[in-house]
Design a protein around this ligand. Structure first.
Ligand SMILES: [Zn+2]
Length: 308
């Protein structure tokens, strides 16, 4: 695809409750962002109509990039399952959107949402300029997107899912069916649960921010808890470091604002589960695009020269 400089490239980030969208120039300048209500309860066809309407309004004329949560067959953009959006199960999303937009099939790109966020952060965000990087999203769960040699590495489709590396085989049950995954120990949800278990307040919105602020200020229970959570996160990164000798990690999601308080623990945990003293050398970066990373990364493969 060759583009003119005033052409708009549109990305859509399909979320469990809302859909974020945006338009950008070919040089990565953001023109406009929006959030729409998908009305999932009315079915997938309704949600896709809403997506198409917004994509047109944002100025998509011949290409569209979409990020979607769940299990995706990347070869043809078929959503196998999306646990948080039941109506998207077994949905030929790419084909349906191409038909509705009137675009050639190859001009509609559908990517897993965590991979899309990684593509966004590595292009224009916190990991800009890093060729080998794992994006780790610390939210309700823990998501991951892996970029190797400057290209997205998806494996057979599910590479980068660092949230399900097992840290404690006897630990809590995880949504994936396993036990003691790093997600059960270091997601925002897990951090809240662990704080409450040691009698620290963590049930109200903003409590995790407060926890991090207290950890920064002193040596108390908050600091110890965030060290321990960071250590479990680092233990989850250990196998990744052993396998790929990766040095750069970029952290996004709501709980990543506490990264500075997790950092010491991450380095210790990574050293426990890898070798050669690499914990000290890790580059632990903060994501910079916030909730925009997903749509920006989804749009990226449609932008001339940015299909990686
Ligand atoms: Zn799991």
């Amino acid at each position: 695809m060759k583009g003119t400089s005033d052409e708009r490239w549109v990305g859509i980030d399909i979320g469990g409750t809302t859909i974020k969208a945006g338009a950008m120039r070919g040089d990565g300048t953001v023109i406009e962002e929006s959030t729409i209500e998908p009305g999932y309860a009315k079915g997938a066809a309704h949600a896709m109509d809403e997506i198409v309407r917004e994509a047109r309004r944002l100025g998509a004329t011949r290409a569209l990039g979409v990020g979607v949560p769940g299990q995706l067959r990347r070869a043809d953009g078929f959503v196998v399952d999306s646990p948080n959006i039941p109506s998207f199960r077994a949905l030929p999303l790419r084909e349906e959107l191409a038909k509705r937009m009137g675009f050639a099939l190859e001009n509609v790109v559908v990517e897993n949402d965590a991979n899309a966020a990684a593509l966004g952060e590595q292009w224009l965000g916190g990991a800009r300029g890093s060729h080998d990087v794992l994006m780790v999203t610390l939210g309700t769960g823990i998501g991951g997107g892996l970029i190797l040699g400057g290209r997205l590495y998806a494996g057979a489709g599910m590479a980068g899912e660092v949230g399900h590396v097992v840290v404690d085989p006897n630990g809590l049950a995880c949504g994936c069916g396993g036990r003691g995954c790093v997600e059960t120990l270091a997601s925002a949800t897990a951090a809240r649960r662990r704080a409450i278990a040691v009698n620290l307040p963590a049930s109200a919105p903003g409590d995790l921010k407060l926890l991090a602020a207290r950890a920064r200020a002193g040596e108390g229970a908050e600091r110890q808890l965030l060290f321990e959570i960071g250590r479990d996160l680092g233990r989850g990164l250990g196998p990744v470091i052993c396998l790929l000798d990766l040095e750069t990690f970029v952290f996004g999601g709501g709980f990543s604002g506490a990264l500075d308080t997790l950092e010491a623990g991450i380095r210790v945990g990574a050293d426990e589960r890898s070798y050669g003293g690499r914990g000290a050398k890790l580059r632990l970066l903060s994501a910079r695009l916030g909730p925009s990373a997903g749509w920006i990364g989804a749009a990226r493969p449609t932008v001339p020269g940015q299909r990686i």
